[in-house]
Design a binder for this molecule. Structure first.
Ligand code: ADQ
Length: 465
């Protein structure tokens, strides 16, 4: 049995993999601990060329080695800020209007992938399985192959895969799909994403796709590979336990006191245009407009720390959101009432879960989202005796699993306002039955199932040699 090598754009630090770290870091680290191996990627630092070339820096935490490299300013600008986050991210979230394409950024993206692959080669043993994560690393397997690495290599895409017509707006779309076909196994969050990839292969690349339920065999660009749907999850019982444990902490008591008996709608996201924050604020405004009985009776708390603030479209969304929160608050606030509380901080994970537990509605309405773990965390954090209601966008991957949620179209402000009213007034028995349905789905397909099924399918693909 070989070890596991995990490759991701960012590598969690050894401390982040413990305690209250995000679910994904804990899930991936669990697999590494079981198999032993290496977690390889960018350290998050921008460094000089000589420091970058001296890497990777190794931190041993038996049986796992954390191996990280720094990026030069040019590599960061072209690979990370440029092609990954100003081209791939918007297009894969159907925001072609926000995307740009620069040839030199794309060249930088491929160059950094090749450089990273070269750095990893020395750490790979012949029997290891390699698991690569997300859109920053589409050409990584191709680069490994050209270094002579024949190990089983799988890729999991955390974000949506766009339909062929949308993907084709990226000029080197064919090269990107060709690169994806250098992996042995491709994992997608939903059936729709997998289908969009198959559509491209069949129609644009004239390849062959044989589907067996949610698994498929693909032949394209002279290679054979497999695809599958692997819905990422959480560990629901751990979240439930921690949310309950934090229930009586001071921050929860402070929040309760400040609400003065008003109902609470909670939203938590990274500040990103794909999360539908502005549309969400407008629908909340619509609720206050259409149902005056709720004015002064309900508060929306939006927690959204800024991310990628050196990408222009992220600065724009931040400004727009601050402006809209101010306008809506100006319109509906009273001397003792602020309808929207907009907080741009990062919060401790268990603190967030306890705030979810305090709220009557979880308001999760992305315009497009690979899965959306916040939706799953919201459900898991509820008190079974008095659960809140999840209002969820149909465009989140999680909507395919959480049939107990009130599903909404984030482009329909009136429909969302109606859904909020329905959720705020829902009788206990209905809230409980919806919660039970969602919780059962979370338990059936937790983070461990996601990880283990992907890795077991990867170890079953035939070796290249
Ligand atoms: P993200 O786009 O980051 O992830 P999401 O799935 O919601 O979106 O995960 C965010 C995580 O960060 C959650 O665990 C959440 O609790 C945490 N978080 C958010 N805001 C926070 C705050 N203010 N303070 C502390 N923690 C906060 C990408 C894809 C998703 C996919 C995931 C996993 O875009 O579609 O679900 O990867 O595959």
């Amino acid at each position: 049995m070989g070890r596991l090598i995990v490759v991701s754009n960012r590598v969690a630090t050894p401390t982040e993999t413990k305690g209250s770290a995000g679910g994904l870091a804990v899930g991936v680290f669990g697999a590494l601990k079981d198999a032993g191996g290496v977690w390889f990627g960018w350290s998050g630092d921008v460094v000089s060329e000589s420091v970058a070339n001296a890497g990777p820096a190794l931190v041993e935490e038996e049986p796992v080695t954390f191996a990280t490299v720094g990026l030069t300013r040019k590599d960061y600008d072209q690979y990370y800020r440029g092609f990954s986050n100003a081209t791939l991210w918007p297009v894969f979230h159907y925001r072609n209007d926000l995307a740009r394409y620069e040839r030199d950024e794309y060249a930088g993206y491929r160059r950094v992938n090749a450089w990273l692959a070269h750095k990893l080669v020395k750490l790979v043993d012949p029997e290891d399985n390699i698991w690569v994560h997300d859109y920053h690393l589409i050409p990584f397997a191709e680069a490994l192959r050209s270094e002579g690495v024949a190990n089983r290599t799988g890729f999991f895409l955390h974000i949506p895969f766009p339909s062929p017509q949308v993907l084709q707006t990226i000029p080197p779309h064919d090269e990107l799909v060709r690169s994806l076909c250098c992996y042995d196994l491709l994992g997608f969050q939903t059936r729709n994403d997998q289908q969009a990839f198959h559509d491209y292969v069949a129609r644009e690349a004239h390849g062959k796709v044989i589907e067996h339920g949610e698994k498929a065999e693909v032949e394209a660009y002279g290679r054979k590979l497999r695809t599958g749907v692997y819905r990422i999850g959480v560990f629901p019982d751990e979240i439930a336990e921690q949310a309950a444990r934090y229930e009586s902490r001071q921050h929860v008591l402070d929040l309760k006191q400040s609400l003065e008996g008003r109902k609470l709608i909670m939203s938590v996201d990274r500040l990103d245009y794909s999360k539908g924050l502005v549309e969400r604020f407008h629908a909340f405004e619509q609720l206050l407009e259409d149902a005056p009985e709720w004015r002064g009776k309900v508060t929306l708390v939006q927690i959204a720390p800024p991310t990628r603030s050196d990408v222009a479209s992220y600065r724009m969304i931040r400004e727009e959101l601050e402006r809209e929160a101010g306008r809506i608050n100006g319109r509906y606030s009273g001397l003792d009432y602020t309808p929207i509380r907009y907080l741009s901080q990062q919060y401790d994970r268990w603190k967030l879960m306890s705030l979810f537990r305090e709220s009557q509605v979880g308001y999760v309405t992305p315009l497009h989202d690979g899965m959306n773990l916040v939706a799953k965390e919201y459900v898991a954090a509820q008190n079974p005796a008095d659960p809140g209601v999840l209002v969820l966008s149909v465009f989140a991957g999680a909507a395919a699993e959480l049939s107990g949620a009130v599903l909404v179209n984030p482009h329909d402000a009136t429909g969302m306002a109606e859904a909020l009213q329905q959720a705020l007034s829902m009788p206990l028995a209905e809230r409980q039955s919806r919660y039970e349905i969602n919780m059962a789905a979370l338990r059936r397909n937790d983070l461990g199932v996601w990880r283990d099924t992907f890795l077991s399918d990867l170890s079953n693909v035939p070796r290249l040699r």
